[in-house]
Design a protein around this ligand. Structure first.
Ligand code: GLN
Ligand code: ZN
Length: 762
């Protein structure tokens, strides 16, 4: 028997976000290209050694990136869209970061969510380019690990099926050509790695966990047959995660040497499949038993018992004990968290602690005894201590939720009537302009907040600063000519953290960062107790802004599902129960805003869609409880109070019904990176409620021209009736600079005003 400990991937940001700092310094030209490369090399080496010190036996390379691993592959395969030709003799880094972030002359590539996570990858664009290998960075990382750290690492690469599945720009006919071009490149990478001495190659194929139609299954079989024929010496392990392997009985027979399965998400189904169809004797199985998506320590006995079950079913000889997915979705180490309640701290396990769990379990299996006495008992004790903590037994919350009735989940008057009533009471112009909520968080805003957090400036002084900044932006918005204003969210570092800090049941960490996209990191709060509203959280700032203007200022809240999906959530009760608790808490905040005279209230749900289960058969249940939580938060308002919501990275096509079910008076959507598709789907599926399509991409510093935005508005007018039409950027502006924000919004308002004139004269 041969048992090895491994992980699918390890975070690359560094325990103190060192990686992010290096990238951003390089973008600001504070580092030369040489210094930058040297710094990244050091980070890579350090993290390999670190994993080794944690006791991990089989360490992965190729899980490190300069921005995004899909982009790494796109550039490696020379999948460069034509529009980047405008860059004159760019260095490889200039080209790479232009694709990632856009440049003065050219827009960035589209970015979208990685399966059901809050990580965003860059979408590769196939335009019929001639594909070749431009530098095998996975081989480089493999050799670096061998030469600098002395290890034979396990290279990982996103697999060809998933890569093609997530890329865009091809139709069925072009797809064949794309595949024909791509497969030899994968073969080349595999052969180069094998020749360099890689024992195994981990091929990540998370798309194997989606609902796969028969022709896709056949395609996968054909692709892997060719890979096997052309790289016969490469030892390939197909790694799936986030759900059970679909079409198990066929895909498990692919001509590869191993399979990695997720025994946490979709674990029951994977076990059922093994029971029913067995597991091929000649293959190695990687058992993903440690949850890579949560931050809770495992009950070691339970983890071992899952492995035993799998072992009994399979009679396995060779297997790996692994994480359920890459650990990049969780923070690096809990040891820096000094301010957490003891019961919470003890039950936490971030990436490093999870690696230790994997090492412990592997040790137990290899040796038949635990490395330390009491390991198992302790793993149970810490879970028990938090489960029985009073913060998880809030009687007030329980009582309030127990007494809810169906009418608490719906608005009193249907949309069509509300629309008329709101039109008369709000008196907004046609094509009203607005923004999504946040304005640039300047260096000064961030500095002041951090000084306040450190206690260097007093509460009153900080509140005064926030108020002044908001007042300044109210004036800027008036000058720009926007119709519905916002206060700018200067008091918030993050749209979830802010609410968590005010609600009961949450805890906050100091360094528990995870990457959201590129170098942008988020620090998800931890929901570890019952969630309860105890005081108004947003009223003061919104009302202060409202007092400065005759225009409406929108109240701005983060919705229950976004708070849920962007937090680390307790695992002792179902997620849906936590969602309802948050929905109920927000309902009280909405009431407080309304009572303070706020007439338009936006409840953002950018994360609603990403929480969709990967398998369609599980959608209905998720949507039912998540829509319920949103409606619980937003239904208890007067008919003339206008409820807005906002979503980004939302594929409208398959999501229009849930969006409609939210019954929000207005939704603003991110679209500018994939505008055409949205227009198309609106044509197919007319939408009846208020809607604002993002008319420009806020993820890039580029200022779009009036003409560009006008063109988008005109296109949209073909599918959205005037009465429903709103004009807005595609997301919050907090990551942008002030000058570019003002310039872009001015152009946007001009475009909207021109449209008003044109439509009136038509
Ligand atoms: N209101 C938030 C903001 O403007 C929404 C952000 C988001 O959708 N991610 O920042
Ligand atoms: Zn957004």
């Amino acid at each position: 028997m041969n048992v090895t400990s491994t992980v699918i991937g390890y975070p690359y940001i560094g325990s103190k976000r060192e990686w992010k700092r290096k990238l951003e310094s390089f973008w600001k030209k504070e580092l030369t290209e040489k210094e930058f490369e040297a710094a990244l090399k050091q980070l890579r080496i350090d993290r390999l050694k670190h994993q080794q010190n944690l006791g991990l036996e089989y360490i992965t390379v190729g899980d490190f990136t300069k921005y995004d691993r899909m982009l790494d592959l796109a550039v490696m395969f020379n999948l460069i869209p034509k529009r980047y030709d405008v860059l004159k003799n760019p260095t490889i880094n200039e080209l790479y970061y232009a694709m990632a972030r856009g440049a003065k002359e050219v827009v960035a590539c589209e970015m979208t969510k990685w399966f059901n996570t809050n990580y965003h990858y860059i979408v590769p664009e196939y335009e019929g380019q001639k594909l070749t290998i431009q530098g095998n960075h996975i081989l480089d990382q493999f050799l670096e690990a061998r030469d600098e750290v002395g290890i034979n690492a396990k290279p990982t690469i996103i697999g060809p099926y998933t890569f093609i599945d997530l890329a865009k720009g091809y139709d069925e006919k072009e797809k064949a050509l794309f595949i024909i071009q791509l497969l030899p490149l994968y073969v080349q990478v595999f052969n180069e790695l094998t020749e360099a001495g890689a024992e195994w190659i981990q091929i990540e194929e998370p798309s194997f966990t989606k609902n796969l139609p028969l022709e896709e299954i056949q395609l996968i079989e054909e692709m892997y047959k060719q890979l096997h024929e052309q790289a016969p010496h490469a030892k390939l392990l197909v790694q799936t995660y986030f759900e059970s392997l679909h079409a198990y009985e066929r895909l498990i027979q692919l001509p590869v040497d191993g399979f990695g399965l997720d025994f946490v998400h979709g674990g029951k189904q994977n076990i059922k499949s093994i029971q029913e169809f067995g597991f091929p004797k000649d293959k190695t199985l990687s058992i993903g038993v440690i949850n890579g998506r949560d931050i809770w320590s495992v009950n070691l006995a339970e983890a071992v018992s899952i492995i035993s079950t799998v072992k009994q079913l399979t009679n396995l000889e060779n297997y790996w004990v692994s994480s359920s997915c890459s650990l990049q979705h969780i923070p690096v180490s809990k040891i820096f968290e000094e301010n957490l309640p003891k019961e919470l701290y003890d039950h936490l396990a971030f990436a490093d602690e999870k690696i230790r769990e994997i090492a412990h379990i592997t040790y137990f299996i290899q040796k038949g005894s635990w490395l330390k006495e009491k390991l198992v008992a302790n793993s149970m004790k810490v879970i028990e201590a938090l489960t029985t903590h009073p913060i998880r037994k809030n009687e007030r919350v329980k009582k309030a939720l127990d007494t809810l009735v169906p009418n608490d989940f719906k608005r009193f008057v249907p949309f069509k009537e509300r629309q008329q009533i709101q039109k008369e009471s709000l008196k907004l112009p046609d094509f009203p302009t607005t923004t999504i909520g946040s304005f640039p968080q300047s260096v000064e805003v961030k500095k002041t907040r951090s000084a306040w957090r450190k206690g260097e400036i007093a509460d009153a002084q900080y509140a005064h600063f926030v108020k002044e900044e908001s007042a300044r932006w109210v004036q800027i918005q008036e000058e720009i000519g926007l119709d519905v204003l916002v206060h700018g969210e200067f008091e918030r570092t993050d749209m979830v953290e802010y609410f968590g800090e005010h609600l009961k049941g949450f805890a906050f960490t100091n360094y528990a960062w995870v990457v959201s996209y590129g170098s942008r990191c988020v620090k998800p709060p931890i929901i570890y107790g019952d969630v309860e509203w105890t005081h108004a959280m947003t009223v003061k700032e919104v009302v202060e802004a409202q007092e400065l203007t005759d225009k409406y200022v929108k109240g701005m809240l983060t919705g229950p599902i976004t708070i849920l999906n962007w937090s680390f959530v307790r695992n002792d009760i179902p997620r849906e129960a936590v969602a309802l608790q948050i929905g109920y808490a927000l309902r009280q905040e909405v009431a407080a805003l309304e009572e303070a005279g706020i007439k338009i209230i936006q409840v953002d749900e950018p994360a609603l869609r990403e929480g969709l289960p990967l398998r369609k058969e599980n959608w209905e249940y998720y949507l039912q409880w998540s829509v319920d939580a949103f409606k619980l938060a937003t239904s208890d308002v007067a008919t003339d109070t206008q409820i807005h919501t906002h979503m980004c990275y939302c594929e409208f096509n398959d999501f229009i019904d849930p969006i409609r079910a939210l019954d929000a008076d207005v939704i603003s959507l991110e679209t500018s990176r994939s505008h055409g598709e949205l227009i198309h789907s609106l044509k197919e599926n007319p939408y009846e409620l208020g809607i604002g399509l993002g008319v420009y991409d806020i993820h890039s510093p580029r200022v779009p021209s009036v003409e560009e935005m006008s063109a988008i508005l005109h296109e949209s007018l073909a599918v959205i009736p005037k009465e429903q039409f709103w004009v807005n950027p595609d997301c919050g502006l907090k990551t942008r600079q002030e000058t570019e924000t003002v310039a872009a919004l001015k152009n946007m308002v001009i475009a909207a005003k021109e449209l008003r004139k044109q439509v009136i004269t038509i």
